[in-house]
Design a protein around this ligand. Structure first.
Ligand code: KG4
Ligand code: ZN
Length: 328
């Protein structure tokens, strides 16, 4: 097979990103324009503002991605785009742009599930990683435990019944006054604390998760005790939430006989979570997580999935639409 250069486009939330990925694993460019500074003022992502920002920058970001890859449009073999899940208006910007581009350059269009993109971020960082493996997707919108059977075939083993873990990080940060986005700030402050606050854990018979209980417990605790040490609260939260993640992951690994465990998604950038999962290697598991830059939303992961769908000729046509609640 010749070299395949896939152009990836990501606009599902507050990052506009365009990448060029060669053969699914080699990132030739990955330009990310973050809107965090704009949304920070509002304490969270404002959907209408996100869509408008995507529209304003996407063409420039695409040109920049080609330039950094040192390629012309003629050398692009397909255009892949995240079409869900995410904010409908934000997704539509990427989807419309991708459709127009694929039509103009007469190359296939490939619709990609954003969550499958997060999983594929691991293929970029770990060139040797191949399915099957177990993958825990932990982000602002998702908490899924998935069995990756093949590059394009997945089985959901468990997921959150309420809040995504990233939402819990962001909410805790907001309540104790750390600001938005909260995950990285909790991560930093936690390093100065002691995990001495007991918080509730939720477990189910199956492999589902729940993070609303721990989130509410922290909110109540802090409102009753505003003098509580914030660093202690952050590390106690991280430790308890990580225990919940580890319990289900190990249960699934044993049940399905998997010894390769990957984590991905924005929250997999968390240093406590990374270390805790890495410690599983002492018990004989192989553990994978993406480079920090590939944990949060980016288009390289969309280009990586695009490659594997290209190999299976899983192309989309120009009726491709944004699907805000797209399932894996
Ligand atoms: O994957 P992502 O960029 O977007 C979604 O698809 O949701 O994830 C964003 C989430 C946010 O909740 C953010 O606070 C969290 O990832 N996050 C972190 C860290 N970096 C980003 N959470 C904990 N620790 C971090 N270092
Ligand atoms: Zn994401």
């Amino acid at each position: 097979m010749n070299e395949l250069n896939i152009l990836g486009i990501e606009s599902s939330c507050d990052e506009t990103s365009v990448s060029v990925v060669k053969n699914g694993r080699e990132v030739l460019s990955n330009v990310i324009h973050s809107q965090i500074d704009i949304h920070k003022e509002y304490g969270g992502v404002v959907p209408e503002i996100a869509s408008r920002c995507h529209t304003e920058v996407i063409n420039q970001i695409m040109k920049q991605a080609l330039k950094e890859a040192n390629l012309s449009l003629k050398e692009i073999d397909a255009v892949s785009v995240a079409y869900g899940p995410g904010l409908v208006g934000a997704l539509l910007v990427g989807v419309s742009y991708a459709k127009a581009l694929s039509y103009a350059i007469k190359k296939p269009l490939i619709g990609v599930n954003h969550i499958e993109g997060h999983i594929a971020a691991n293929y970029i960082t770990h060139k040797e990683l191949e399915p099957p493996f177990l993958c825990l997707i932990i982000s602002g919108g998702h908490t899924h435990l998935v069995k990756v059977n093949d590059y394009t075939n997945f089985e959901i083993l468990g997921k959150t019944r309420d809040d995504a873990i990233g939402e819990a990080f962001d909410k805790v940060a907001r309540v104790i006054g750390l600001g938005y986005p909260g995950g990285p700030k909790v991560d930093k402050l936690a390093k100065e604390g002691e995990p001495n606050i007991i918080l509730p854990k939720t477990h189910f018979e199956n492999l589902d998760f729940s993070f609303s209980g721990i989130k509410t417990a922290i909110l109540n605790l802090y409102h009753k005790n505003p003098d509580l040490n914030k660093a202690d609260l952050c590390i106690s939260f991280e430790k308890t939430a990580t225990e919940m993640l580890l319990t289900n992951t190990l249960k699934a690994a044993k049940e399905y006989g998997m010894d390769k465990i990957a984590i991905c998604g924005g929250v997999s950038a968390n240093s406590y979570i990374r270390q805790s999962f890495l410690d599983l290697e002492k018990d004989g598991y192989r553990v994978y997580y993406p480079d920090i830059k590939l944990c949060t939303d980016n288009a390289a992961m969309i280009g990586a999935v695009g490659y594997y769908k290209y190999l299976k000729k899983e192309f989309s046509d120009l009726t491709l639409n944004a699907v805000p609640n797209l399932k894996i």
